[in-house]
Write a protein that binds this ligand. Sequence first.
Ligand code: HEC
Ligand code: HEC
Length: 316
Amino acid sequence: MLRMRGDSSKSCPCGSSQPYAACCGRYLDAGEAAASAEALMRARYVAYILLREDYLLATWHVSARPARLDLAQDVPMQWTGLQLRRHEHTDADHAVVEFVARYKVNGRAHRLHELSRFVREAYDDSAEAIRLRSGPGDPVAGMGKSFLCQGCHGTEGVSDVPEIPNLAGQYGNYIAKQVRNFQSGIRSHQIMNAMAATVENDADLADIGAYFASQPKMEGDHTSDDPVGKAIFLHGDQSRKRLACISCHGVNGKGAAPGTSMYPVLGGQKEEYIHKQLIDFRAGNRTNSPGGIMNIMARTLTDAEIDALANYLSVQ
Ligand code: HEC
Ligand code: HEC
């Protein structure tokens, strides 16, 4: 994936006349979530200019998101300006933005007039986000059914043991998938293979998943931001054909959106646990990710990079 960094001291290409680092750089390079539809629209415009395919895809609504953009292969475009025509919030989570972006191709001027609808997809603990991430199960029924699990994973899904993962705020469907994988043996761990065998039917499993998913999302202590881990997480590594982790695992590793249960929450997860999973993916001891995607991602990570990623993610 091609990427260019904005020049942090120069004024932002979105035309705000603020320095890039204090304007769209906060969203494109520092991983902050854009606070308004207008800020997001400006950041996306800058992402086009900087060929930041990762950012464009991560902020595209799943219902309309293309699989890839291949920006670098398009005809060279020179972006010449952005003009905002309208910015209306239809409610707290929806907005409409109308803009005209001007660009040149081979010296000829073109304009792009667009009316965009923006949806804020909370990876927060709003009632709607919790409902979506919980999946089909009943969290109230799941509370009683997950008694055994709570013994290790914590009554509210926050474990006290470094090697035992948090389940609080994890996607319900992801939890259920992992338990099925432990049952069938595609994912192997002596204790969890035995624990998974105790969950008898699909409805119980969905309820257990929903119970943990409905807890306040796991959170780190925000003590430090490992710069190496952060850079890999946000930008990937083009030379080793590694995608940015953020494009699947979402801002701060908190999950891409409340409905994207395929990509687990990593932000605030136990450091030792994340570390072990990355080592296992790299060595091929864990092979249950769809299409082996995580084996591909982890294959080129060095030990130091795994340490850095585990540290960065666990404090989020
Ligand atoms: C005796 C302790 C113990 C009990 C009880 C237990 N687990 Fe686990 N669980 C673990 C450990 C340890 C791991 C980490 C496995 C690994 O390192 O791959 C784990 C991993 C998991 C994962 C994978 C999490 C992820 O992020 O991929 C899920 C899901 C899970 N357990 C669900 C359950 C459920 C549901 C129950 C109850 C039926 C349960 N566990 C009971 C110890 C336990
Ligand atoms: C193309 C999408 C994609 C990218 C990019 C990606 N991941 Fe993943 N990752 C996944 C999927 C899907 C899973 C769930 C695997 C499963 O179902 O068992 C996963 C699982 C994980 C897990 C295990 C979590 C758990 O709870 O057990 C870790 C840790 C992880 N990824 C870290 C990373 C890191 C670090 C990067 C960047 C170097 C990264 N991922 C990049 C898709 C991705």
